[in-house]
Design a protein around this ligand. Structure first.
Ligand SMILES: [Zn+2]
Length: 294
């Protein structure tokens, strides 16, 4: 859920922005300045970026179910554009992000953090032992969103997915044991790569199995339907929340794919084998859709 391991030198500006990208939603912007405010030009760029991110994610996953998305931005002197982000669960789920140095909108758009955190808002909070499913979903869709919105080329997408899977595989040799147990202790163990990328592999396999089964839907399309039918009503943070979630995706697809895969993954001690064919399939399943917003 968070981008880890970054130190911050100062909290220069606190900017709270409530925005909503679709015309049916209300739009509210609340700015709380500290002594060194972002310039009005920088504020405009940040707002443009957040709107872009919401649209980019909606291009892949459909409109988000909640009517507004609170995003708290804290400006820091960090050298990278978006050094840290996390989801804040509450009555209305939101996001907190720290931003660092940036000169252009493109620098913010090419960072994955916003797409990752927004993807988390499409699923309910799961129990700690199921965090692999949550982080896998966000890691998978941050990359799919960046592919479909042409932030990554197809080649870069495949290279980044392959590199991530390799990191996950390497981390599985360090962080041994059942995936649910490692997920439960992810922060203490610093087992992020194993947890995040085993979860991403789950969704790669789910898309391959959906395709093989002849399903009309890919995972993103099922998640879009889930927003409409179910997201607002789902249990949050319960021991059964993840099982309920995957069961719902199975009923939406009319196939028995997610629950059996979940049962296999949650106790696995091994990193799944994902071949080049499965990665290449994603390029076909998720074609680039261009960008309606700039
Ligand atoms: Zn995450």
């Amino acid at each position: 859920m968070t981008k880890q391991g970054i130190l911050f030198h100062s909290l220069a500006v606190l900017v709270c922005i409530l925005i909503s990208p679709l015309s049916v939603f209300s739009r509210e912007v609340i700015v709380d300045f500290d002594s060194q405010p972002l310039s009005s030009k920088q504020q405009a760029v940040v707002s443009q970026w957040l709107n872009y991110g919401l649209h980019a994610v909606a291009n892949t996953l459909g409109p988000i179910s909640q009517k507004s998305v609170p995003i708290k931005i804290t400006a820091t002197s960090a050298s990278e554009p978006v050094p840290w982000g996390q989801v804040v669960r509450g009555k209305i789920d939101g996001i907190e992000m720290r931003i660092g140095q940036f000169n252009h909108l493109e620098e913010l758009k090419s960072d994955w953090t916003l797409y990752h955190e927004l993807s988390h808002l499409y699923h309910p909070l799961f129990a700690y032992r199921d965090f692999w499913l949550a982080e896998g979903l966000a890691t998978y869709f941050q990359n799919i969103v960046m592919l479909q919105n042409a932030i990554y080329s197809q080649e870069e997408f495949v290279a980044r997915m392959r590199a991530g899977l390799e990191r996950g595989k390497a981390a599985t040799r360090t962080h041994i044991g059942r995936l649910d147990k490692v997920s439960l202790n992810m922060w203490r163990l610093r087992a992020y790569q194993r947890v995040y990328w085993t979860g991403a592999a789950f969704f790669i396999e789910a898309d391959a199995l959906l395709k093989k089964s002849g399903s009309r839907y890919n995972v993103a399309q099922l998640l879009a339907q889930y927003q409409t039918c179910c997201r607002a009503k789902e249990s949050e943070g319960a021991s059964y929340s993840a099982r309920e979630f995957v069961t719902r995706l199975d009923s939406l697809s009319g196939k028995k794919i997610f629950l059996p895969l979940y049962e296999r993954y949650r106790t696995t001690k091994h990193f799944p084998e994902i071949d080049d064919e499965q990665l290449a399939l994603l390029i076909n399943v998720y074609p680039q859709i261009g960008q309606s917003l700039q």
